[in-house]
Design a protein around this ligand. Structure first.
Ligand SMILES: [Zn+2]
Length: 206
């Protein structure tokens, strides 16, 4: 993205931000724009804290899903559905930079190759720790599993609460959004899809 680099250079020049101080300066500017005084006691360390917090919450850009999934396959005869449900996740909506969070349920039907179960929560975090919309997060998890593990089918269902809806007084106070992505056998076989949905039903909100 050459244009993004160019814009960053221009912004830094306009704001006269010294190198290495970009995050802190940007947060101090935001505090000023809110009508706050960034030099008062309670806010003095806030720019540094916000920087660390945002860097952690967007660390997924530096995680490679291929690397998470490509190691340590086990060869098996197993071709029954494998489900990992109730994976807690926290993400930031790209429209408001406010959190959305909830549960992620993942399933796949292996094609003689299985992966360690602990890889799946790490895969979810790799995508959740980016600026996201729930629909894309759901699709990216299912597609990464499909691409790097090559199962007979991969599926992801996410249910989440969005603070941008809850805090800003939009009418949908208590609703949770549910999104799903079904690939391979989960798309072509109604029976496989139904089995998955039945097995996660107890986890989905009543
Ligand atoms: Zn939002």
């Amino acid at each position: 993205m050459p244009n993004a680099d160019e814009e960053l250079r221009r912004l830094k020049a306009v704001l006269e931000i010294p190198s290495g101080q970009e995050w802190e300066a940007a947060v101090r500017l935001l505090l000023r724009l809110m009508g706050e005084d960034p030099t008062r006691e309670g806010l003095r360390r806030t720019p540094l804290r916000v920087k660390r917090s945002l860097q952690f919450l967007t660390s997924g850009y530096r995680r490679d899903p291929a690397k998470i999934l490509n190691r340590s396959f086990a060869k098996v005869k197993h071709d029954e559905m494998i489900i990992v449900k109730d994976i807690d996740f926290y993400s930031l909506c790209e429209h408001h930079l406010l959190p959305f969070f909830g549960k992620c349920h993942i399933a796949y039907v292996p094609d003689k190759k299985i992966i360690g179960l602990s890889k799946l929560p790490r895969l979810v975090d790799a995508f959740a720790h980016r600026l996201q919309v729930q629909e894309r997060l759901t699709t990216q998890v299912a597609e990464a599993l499909n691409e790097h593990v090559r199962p007979l089918g991969a599926a992801c269902v996410i249910e989440a609460s969005h603070l941008c809806m809850m805090m800003r007084g939009v009418e949908k106070q208590n609703t949770r959004a549910v999104t799903s992505s079904m690939l391979g056998a989960f798309r072509t076989s109604e029976k496989t899809r139904a089995e998955f949905l039945t097995l996660i039903r107890s986890s989905l909100a009543a």
